[in-house]
Design a protein around this ligand. Structure first.
Ligand SMILES: [Zn+2]
Length: 114
């Protein structure tokens, strides 16, 4: 992902509308590109400040820490979805192995009958 792509995704990251794959690529770029990280930090702070103004309750004003927490949550979400994808693949493999076994048993039984 290049800077132009990453900058175009900042608002969608903040609005949490990125799919997992795009978010993973976005985070990878953000972590290695200080300029785009700065862009994200600025947009995040503006959004958080506006939310703070409209919120009645006293929210946390440490925007830098809030962004770090948000990025940590995003990374956790990516890892979780990778683990789930891996487990899904394992499940498919188990099902395929089970089906193969059933088919082999059927073939053996049919051969016994013939
Ligand atoms: Zn960049």
């Amino acid at each position: 992902m290049d800077c132009q792509n990453a900058e175009g995704l900042v608002d969608r990251y903040i609005a949490k509308t990125l799919d997992t794959q795009t978010m993973a690529e976005f985070l990878e770029h953000i972590e290695s590109c200080p300029s785009c990280y700065q862009e994200l930090e600025t947009s995040f702070m503006v959004t958080a400040a506006m939310q703070h103004l409209s919120d009645e309750e006293d929210t946390d004003l440490d925007f830098r820490r809030l962004l770090e927490q948000d990025l940590k949550r995003a990374r956790y979400h990516i890892i979780l979805s990778q683990v789930l994808r891996f487990l899904r693949i394992c499940l498919y493999l188990l099902l395929a192995a089970g089906l193969t076994q059933v088919i082999l048993m059927l073939i053996v039984e049919v051969n016994k009958l013939l």
